[in-house]
Design a protein around this ligand. Structure first.
Ligand code: ATP
Ligand code: MG
Length: 480
């Protein structure tokens, strides 16, 4: 549950908020003046403050200034019916998280509040990266005992203490955001803000303005001057997620901030100086993007000062059971239930599966299985077909030829074994040997029907014929 403090001297506004925002996830407290808000904050410890600018007594800006002396990272959104550029700028300079003009539409307001509360949680929930052993530690942590994760923990510790830029890489769902937050929480900027920008989620034209702000009239619709995330986050840490998706123009601007700490707002020519620590993340192979000239090489080197690569889950299988246990306990706690157990056949399916969605997929699989499980334990049949290997649904049937998708989960370990064999017998031509075996199997299985056999193998009939000839397969089949 998140706590929201609403400060406004008009009873109508307080009432409207209460009516529109009442939900089990939000606990709303109200104050009718800046003075009252300042008294309530240490008591209530809100996650987010929404405050009117014009109030009797001390106004919103002055209240914000005093809040900053109490707490340097409490998120405050200012609201006013009388928008002037000057107040907006001043509010943001004082470290407001956002600035809103009344009246606002309820859905938009809810979206802003949801985003702000997520940002507040990211700043508050300390991510620990030491191996979690105690049950009480099952709060927010990076779980992993594999060699690869130990290496990640070491790097987090080393980089956290410095102000160096860090680049976190890894497939989707491997925990890049979690690592970024762990760095922040253990850095000497942890009492300052941590803000995240997802470079892929924001339309290209808006991203620059989101990052650097804009001057009034910079483009159609820019009716007010706006402060961007770099200015909002001054002295703090900015997490640039999906950095591989930035346009060349934005890349150039980011490079400049990294080199000189300066930038201009969109449509402006006044350089602004900021002190922001950058942590970037991507699931793209940036080296390849550099080679293809889609990503600036100089920016890549600037970001890559410290590189933390998180390997996919299938390459650190010893973490799977540990993570499964962690999520079982964590989800049980969230749902205020006693944790269910998991059968060994289900665990073995976890061990075999190739986890294309990595830790996120594992977490979701457990979440779903908890819903499916009727008794006290998660059974193999409670798992999605692609994980259990019991192809009950149409989507779990392997689709030959589709790249990666639908490939049975045990292909990866099988290929690994075969490869070991190739290593031991360097003279063996492994690929043709496997191909030949597979073709023989397919032909036997289809009683020599080449159309069906080709379909099973995911190749055309013409290709199959060529292979049969090349490997001299028919002779062998007819002998038997
Ligand atoms: N080692 C871990 N221990 C505990 N939880 C983890 C771990 N790795 C990932 N998670 C959890 O898995 C989910 C996905 O992690 P996260 O969002 O950090 O991934 P990501 O790499 O940023 O993915 P994407 O590239 O899709 O944005 C989160 O709920 C996160 O808490
Ligand atoms: Mg992410």
């Amino acid at each position: 549950m998140s706590k929201l403090l609403l400060v406004d001297d008009e009873a109508d506004v307080l009432y409207a908020f209460q009516r529109n925002l009442a939900s089990p996830e939000i606990e709303l407290t109200t104050a009718s003046s800046g003075e009252e808000a300042l008294k309530l904050i240490p008591e209530v410890k809100p996650d987010l403050v929404m405050m009117d600018v014009r109030m009797g007594g001390i106004n919103g800006l002055e209240t914000l200034r005093r809040i900053r002396q109490l707490d340097s990272k409490l998120l405050v959104i200012l609201m006013t019916a009388y928008g002037t550029t000057q107040t907006a700028i001043e509010a943001m300079k004082l470290g407001a998280y956002d600035y809103l003009l009344k009246p606002f539409e309820v859905p938009k307001l809810k979206e802003i509040i949801t985003n702000a509360l997520k940002a507040a949680r990211d700043m508050k929930q300390v991510v620990s990266y030491q191996p979690l052993l105690e049950e009480e530690d099952y709060e927010q942590g990076i779980v992993g005992r594999s060699e690869a994760m130990q290496q990640v923990f070491k790097l987090i510790g080393q980089v956290a203490a410095s102000d160096a830029t860090a680049l976190v890489t890894g497939e989707s769902g491997t925990g890049k955001e979690l690592v970024a937050r762990a760095i922040y929480h253990h850095s000497n900027r942890s009492s300052q803000k941590f803000l995240a920008v997802n470079c892929a989620a924001i339309p290209e034209q808006l991203l620059e303005s989101e990052l650097f702000g804009h001057e009034r009239g910079a483009f159609t619709g820019a009716t007010l001057q706006r402060i961007g995330k770099f200015e909002q986050c001054n002295r703090g840490t900015l997490f640039l997620d999906e950095i591989g998706d930035m346009t060349p123009a934005t890349q150039t601007k980011i490079l400049r901030v990294l080199q000189s700490g300066t930038f201009e707002r969109v449509g402006g020519n006044q350089p602004n100086q900021v002190d922001v620590r950058i942590i970037a993340a991507t699931n793209k192979a940036l080296e390849q993007a550099v080679a293809a000239r889609q990503f600036r090489e100089d920016l890549f080197y600037r970001l890559n000062v410290v590189r933390i690569h998180i390997p996919p889950l299938r390459e650190r299988r010893q973490d799977i059971r540990l993570l499964a246990d962690y999520f079982l306990k964590k989800l049980a706690r969230d749902q205020q239930r006693s944790p269910k157990s998991i059968t060994s056949s289900a665990l073995r399916a976890f061990d075999r599966y190739h986890w294309p969605g990595n830790v996120r997929e594992l977490e979701n699989a457990i979440r779903r299985a908890l819903v499916m499980a009727k008794g006290e334990a998660i059974l193999l049949t409670d798992l999605p077909g692609e994980i259990s290997g019991q192809s009950t649904s149409a989507s779990a049937v392997p689709v030959p030829g589709a790249s990666g998708e639908g490939i049975p989960s045990d292909v990866a370990p099988l290929a690994k074994q075969l490869f070991q064999w190739a290593r031991r017998e360097p003279k063996l031509k492994i690929l043709p040997a496997i191909e030949r075996e597979l073709i023989i199997h397919a032909l036997k299985d289809t009683n020599g029907n080449q159309v069906h056999a080709a379909k099973l193998l995911g190749i055309t009939r013409a290709t199959l014929r060529k292979r049969i000839e090349k490997f001299g397969i028919m002779r062998e089949l007819s002998i038997k």
